[in-house]
Design a binder for this molecule. Structure first.
Ligand code: AP5
Length: 214
């Protein structure tokens, strides 16, 4: 199974990808998580990426494509992969097509999370993330049992720097300009399934399973 989860910031891609990748036994490959890990460990890639991420802009395509090429070449990605937050530009989608072709693999489906903008802003500004396992919580919609502590692993919860309202607005504009054109790209290939991203986390998970026939 090779899938892309596509949608605006805050649509719930990471929340669903983390759980469904575990359920399906395939790796969740999140370029956002990979970049944040590089920022935390202060690698050269992390310092370059941070400048873009703090503003809510996209990291250059060549950097991201290099990361993904390396990740898809790892043994655990052979049986399948759930791509979360990649591709995000037409150039990245074309690079993914080439990479998969080189590996003798194909993309099975692209799941698009359709969520209204006002809801995205509410979700992002209230989000808290575990420093250790990256699980996302929400102060109102999915609060942790204990304030500031991850239910899954006991790690510390924090607010992402790019979740301030000002940066969120820029991320949404960047999405509309650079990522939304992928909807037509994948629709044209008959790969796109749209899932309404409003409702409880469990209801949306069911809609994704239904859309994929799993
Ligand atoms: P990235 O980490 O990928 O961020 P994003 O796409 O902006 O997505 P988010 O993580 O913000 O949202 P999500 O859809 O995963 O929502 P979540 O499940 O957390 O990228 C960050 C940055 O890295 C980018 O801005 C860019 O700079 C760089 N980058 C990454 N990939 C790149 C690429 N390919 N190319 C170039 N640059 C790249 O949910 C959000 C909140 O809502 C949570 O609090 C959650 O608990 C809550 N929630 C989830 N579902 C529901 C629900 N059904 N009801 C109520 N609340 C819900």
């Amino acid at each position: 199974m090779r899938l892309v989860f596509l949608g605006p910031p805050g649509a719930g891609k990471g929340t669903q990808a983390r759980a469904l990748a575990r359920e399906w036994g395939v790796p969740q490959v999140s370029t956002g998580d990979m970049l944040r890990e590089a920022v935390t460990t202060r690698t050269p890639l992390g310092s370059e990426a941070k400048r873009y991420m703090d503003r809510g802009d996209l990291v250059p395509d060549d950097v991201i494509v290099g990361l993904i090429a390396e990740r898809l070449g790892q043994p655990d990605a052979k049986k399948g992969v759930l791509l979360d937050g990649f591709p995000r530009t037409i150039a990245q989608a074309q690079a993914l097509d080439r990479l998969l072709e080189q590996l003798g693999q194909t993309l099975d489906r692209v799941v698009y999370f359709d969520v209204p903008e006002a809801e995205l802003v509410r979700r992002l500004t209230g989000r808290r993330v575990c420093r250790r396992c990256q699980t996302a919580f929400h102060l109102a919609y999915a609060p942790p049992a204990r304030d500031g502590v991850c239910d899954r692993c006991g790690g510390e919860l924090y607010q992402r720097e790019d979740d301030s309202e000002r940066t969120v607005r820029n991320r949404l504009e960047v999405y509309a300009r650079q990522t939304a054109p992928l909807l037509d790209y994948y629709r044209g290939r008959g790969l796109l399934s749209t899932v309404g991203g409003e409702g409880t986390i469990e209801t949306i998970r069911q809609s994704i399973r239904r859309a994929l026939g799993t």
